[in-house]
Design a protein around this ligand. Structure first.
Ligand SMILES: [Cu+2]
Length: 624
């Protein structure tokens, strides 16, 4: 963990699992207040789990409020379509039947597709066994993950996409600098593809690197259900771009939230759930499997292409007893290769690492967070028993090259010019990352009228508190800030008050915000305009004093950027990126190359945050 290059602050290695802060900041700042609130909120939230009827009898106002926030009801429901009559607070009509569905297949490689080819990609429901229960999921071409599409840099292909789901969808080609109309974002670049309809995408591949494609329509549900796959753009010529390796293994790191009945936890047809912290899974998946394993031969060097396809979970990936050589990120190679013990990454980020398996055995693929280690899968290293051992020892130079750390001089020189010009320049824009939760604002807490109105989820519980208790909370002790040391939320603690609050949050009571620091405008109202060919320095400030400070992986469509610095520390190893993790409290400066005309979404890639926490960058073509 300690070797991770720039995104993670040095303190990261020392912290424990994050506690979610859902209280108003003035209360957060006071431990006594926190204690009192905990005593009240936890039992009330527990009552909520018993069902809305009991809750509504205790809090009559709850019913009316909950009708607005109906999806929170499903936090307590299991999925059972036959009992739809029980649905009182929302229309949960998502099809969960598995009858007649084909079983999901494993991801196939579509190898090095020639320029101009048209590929058929279909989204359709599939049956897949997760943890012993066969459930209804979605797949591209019947596969989870979808097919690995390998292409050559500089080529372009067409994808004739057909929607055979029972819901509308669209495919976003994440990280590719495609023409705007092919970006796959309903409401910004295209109309959603309705069930039974098709859409022809043209994909350009100007940049090498590992990319991915995924649904951009109710992605909280559709990506969770399996609509994701990789695209590997291989460099124009095999000019020793990466190092010689014996094989390449693409890995999607993911999780899935399974209910007690074995099916996936409920979705609401019209609204995101878990809008506060995002939908954490309770089962880890590697390439869609709970028990993923693969074989390599002793002496082999393997290049891993890693993608985090989880809705909100970050990963700290390592291989038991092996170091990794970090060679590439989202958009290709790093300036400098480096050995690392693990790679930390957030949803939608990609990393390329190479590993030498120099001895036989079985080694675990691990996700390690403070106080906990998850086993994601295993790699079996088969011993070399003969002199003619194929790709293993002595047959090639892979293992020889493995110990050499390359510097990519050309890339470094290109970056250096930009870096020098912009590192200390004043940012063109500053976006502050914050949140608004109904009934949870500082102002509301200080006015009884505010407490009694505009409440959606939390205040029905809190308004019944004795006001003298609230006054006893000493709300303005700014100096006693409740600061936990960790900058990211790694996990959701099952049964905790935080988890309950997360399960009650929806896109109606929780609104994540990108706020333009200069104008105060928010999300889609911001409307940044740039011209093709410009570079823009954008500062991302993740406000530690928001009502719920947490990390956000910020993604920009159709463009790429360099991370210049974090918290004033210059980045000493650059790579082109399209997602950057902004830990809680951090300030990150990026340099955006505005080189692709169109309207491009910029949003948090926690899929439950993206509903609100999204703005559109307009890049004007000079020719127009
Ligand atoms: Cu976010």
């Amino acid at each position: 963990m300690a070797n991770y290059k720039y995104i993670v602050p040095p303190a990261l290695g020392k912290y424990k699992v994050s506690r979610v802060q859902i209280l108003p900041k003035n209360i957060q700042e006071n431990w006594r207040g926190l204690l009192i609130l905990s005593i009240i909120i936890i039992p009330v939230a527990s009552i909520g789990l018993l069902g809305s009827s009991l809750l509504s009898s205790l809090f009559p106002a709850y019913v009316a409020l909950a009708e607005q926030a109906h999806s929170m009801h499903h936090a307590q429901n299991t999925i059972n379509k036959e009992s739809a009559g029980e649905e009182q607070l929302g229309d949960f009509s998502i099809n969960r039947t598995i009858t007649g569905l084909d079983n999901a297949k494993k991801s196939e490689i579509i190898d090095t597709i020639p320029d101009g080819t048209t590929l058929q990609i279909e989204a359709k429901p599939v049956a897949k066994s997760i943890n012993g229960t066969v459930i209804r999921m979605y797949g591209y071409n019947g596969q989870i993950p979808g097919p690995m599409i390998k292409v050559r840099q500089g080529s372009s292909i067409f994808v004739n996409f057909t929607n055979n789901l029972d819901v509308e969808t669209a495919v976003h080609w994440h990280g590719l600098r495609v023409e705007n109309r092919n970006d796959g974002v309903p409401g910004i670049t295209q109309a959603p593809v309705q069930p039974g309809e098709s859409f022809l995408y043209k994909l350009n591949f100007p940049d090498e690197g590992i990319y991915w494609y995924h649904s951009h329509s109710r992605e909280d549900m559709q990506v969770e259900l399996g609509l994701y796959g990789n695209i590997l753009v291989q460099p124009k010529s095999e000019d020793h771009y990466y190092n010689p390796v014996n094989r390449e293994v693409a890995l999607f790191l993911d999780d899935i939230r399974i209910s007690d009945n074995g099916d996936i936890d409920t979705f609401n047809k019209d609204h995101d759930r878990f809008s506060l912290m995002g939908r954490f899974g309770n089962i880890m998946l590697l390439n869609g499997e709970t028990d993923y394993q693969f074989n390599v031969r002793e002496g082999e060097v393997v290049r891993f292409l890693l993608t985090d396809s989880a809705n909100t979970r970050m990963f700290n990936f390592s291989i038991d007893d092996h170091k990794m050589k970090l060679v590439g990120g989202d958009g290709g190679k790093y300036e400098k290769e480096s050995f690392v013990d693990s790679v930390i990454f957030s949803p939608a980020e990609r990393y390329i690492v190479e590993v030498l398996f120099d001895r036989a055995g079985t080694f675990k693929l691990l996700h390690t967070i403070p106080g906990k280690t998850y086993i994601l899968g295993v790699v079996n290293v088969i011993p070399e028993t003969t002199e003619q051992g194929g790709a293993g020892k002595g047959q090639d130079f892979s293992s020889f090259y493995y110990n050499i750390l390359k510097t990519n001089e050309g890339l470094t020189a290109q970056h250096a010019l930009l870096f020098k010009k912009y590192l200390f320049a004043k940012p063109d824009y500053q976006l502050d990352l914050t949140v608004e939760m109904e009934g949870m604002n500082h102002e509301d807490m200080n006015h009884e009228a505010g407490v009694a109105t505009n409440d959606v989820m939390v205040m029905p519980m809190m308004k019944d508190m004795d006001m003298t208790m609230m006054k006893g909370m000493d709300m303005d002790t700014e100096e006693k800030k409740l600061k936990s040391p960790e900058p990211v939320e790694w996990d959701e603690e099952e049964g905790s008050a935080d988890a309950k609050m997360n399960s009650l949050s929806t896109d109606m009571n929780t609104r994540w915000i990108l706020k333009d620091n200069a104008t105060g405008k928010e999300n889609k109202d911001i409307n940044y305009q740039m011209k093709v060919g410009e570079f823009k320095k954008i500062r991302l400030f993740n406000d530690p004093n928001s009502p719920h400070p947490m990390q956000h992986p910020i993604h920009i469509h159709g463009l790429h950027f360099l991370v210049l610095s974090q918290d004033g520390r210059p980045n000493d190893n650059l790579v082109w990126k399209d997602v950057v993790l902004v830990p809680r409290g951090s300030t990150i400066d990026i340099l955006l190359a505005a080189d692709n005309p169109g309207k491009w979404a910029m949003h948090c890639h926690i899929l439950e945050h993206a509903m609100h926490m999204l703005t559109v960058l307009t890049i004007e073509d000079k020719k127009l």
